[in-house]
Design a protein around this ligand. Structure first.
Ligand code: DGL
Length: 271
């Protein structure tokens, strides 16, 4: 039993899709979320910058004495997980292993599609993980830099011609490769599920990295005896590096419910 909070971070708001799942399956856990809204997007940045930002994000969360940290960001998970794990003496979880395990498990024809930010796709992290779990699996990967701004601007509803056009252009090669499984390798993408699902068709399983990661974290905390078994609802705190004004409204969209809990702006460059 460990009542310390779980730290969660993302470049911005997308990581809240992982928070939603963490809170759903572990309602008694305290969560501290940091969204680097002042420096989002991370997806087009170099590895050096990403490692620097990720170290600061972790250093900030460590001020809360967390029992574990969840990297609810596809970009940081694919680029800086090894560095963060090496430098920290608490469990640091990324989204790649949970999503790769899920994809390896559900694919029937061994053809897996992958979409993510430029940095995530460039890293080759999913290909390595999948090749290890299921040798011979064929991955068709596409960087989709326009999806994050579309989601952040609320352009993810079915019928949105711009969003549907962008999705079909990005996913055409994945559909042509006859992938039966598609990893949504960025925590913003679950909001695009209706459009992506309609384009790919009912025979394709969508793997939501935030959801898979949350389940993985729960299992690991249980195995390590680190779950909070105290009855009652956990406390949720949110921190951002830009104004909190826009955060609350948009956060509710990502969380799928009205956001409750405290939100505060911090200076991430001080960490
Ligand atoms: N949340 C980021 C990810 O999952 C996408 C947004 C960004 O580019 O910072 O990769």
């Amino acid at each position: 039993m460990d009542t310390r909070p779980i730290g969660v971070f993302d470049s911005g708001l997308g990581g809240l899709t992982a928070v939603r799942e963490l809170a759903r399956i572990m309602p008694e856990e305290d969560l501290v979320y940091f969204g680097d809204t002042g420096r989002v997007p991370y997806g087009g940045r170099s590895r050096d910058i990403l490692v620097r930002y990720a170290r600061q994000d972790v250093a900030f969360l460590r001020t809360f004495d967390p029992k574990a940290i969840v990297i609810a960001c596809g970009t940081v998970s694919t680029t800086a997980l090894d560095v963060l794990q090496e430098e920290n003496d608490i469990p640091i979880f990324g989204v790649v292993a949970p999503a790769a395990h899920a994809a390896a498990r559900v694919t029937r024809n061994g053809r897996v599609g992958l979409i993510g930010t430029r940095a995530s796709i460039r890293s080759g992290a999913y290909e390595r993980a999948l090749d290890h779990l299921r040798p011979g699996v064929r991955v068709t990967a596409r960087a989709c830099p326009l999806l994050v701004p579309l989601v952040e601007n609320g352009r993810f509803q079915p019928g949105d011609v711009v969003a549907e056009t962008v999705v079909s252009e990005y996913l055409a090669p994945v559909r042509a490769a006859e992938a039966d499984t598609l990893i949504l390798g960025c925590t913003h993408y679950p909001l695009m599920k209706p459009i992506v699902g309609a384009y790919m068709g009912p025979g394709v399983t969508l793997v939501d990295v935030g959801e898979q990661c949350a389940r993985w974290v729960k299992r690991q905390l249980e195995l390590d005896g680190l779950r909070n078994e105290r009855p009652g609802a956990g406390r949720h705190r949110y921190y951002v590096s830009d104004s909190t004004e826009d955060f609350t409204a948009l956060a509710s969209v990502f969380l799928g419910e009205d956001m409750t809990g405290e939100v505060e702006q911090i200076d991430i460059t001080a960490y």
